[in-house]
Design a protein. Structure first.
Length: 113
């Protein structure tokens, strides 16, 4: 989905993975009924930092930082690696997907390192 927004394939894959981890953190907060302050302690970050996750500020977080937050909260992240399907586009054919609305405002094609 991010590749369709103009990101190169490698960056698009990073954005997809980070968005999935951020979604898991937000879901945990919602399901637990904790305040952001309580959840921040659980995740080992400050409340303002956790608020960036809640607001979908994807460019503020690396995969490592998100995995660490989840691990501190007692969650385990699992990864699956598989060969990507060949992706061919014919002239005039468009592949589209709708990313979560909050990610459209916080992810821009300018490079993140």
């Amino acid at each position: 989905m991010f590749a369709d927004l103009g990101f190169d394939p490698e960056e698009a894959q990073h954005l997809v993975l980070r968005s999935e981890l951020m979604r898991a953190i937000r879901k945990h907060i919602e399901d637990s009924g904790q305040t952001q302050q309580q959840a921040a302690r659980l995740f080992g970050v400050t409340q303002p930092r956790l608020n960036m996750v809640v607001k979908g500020k994807i460019n503020e977080f690396s995969l490592d930082a998100l995995v660490s937050m989840l691990a501190k909260a007692g969650m385990r992240v699992e990864m699956k690696v598989k060969k990507a399907p060949a992706r061919r586009r014919e002239a005039g054919q468009r592949i589209s997907a709708s990313p979560p609305r909050e990610l459209l405002t916080s992810a821009a094609p300018d490079r993140m390192t």
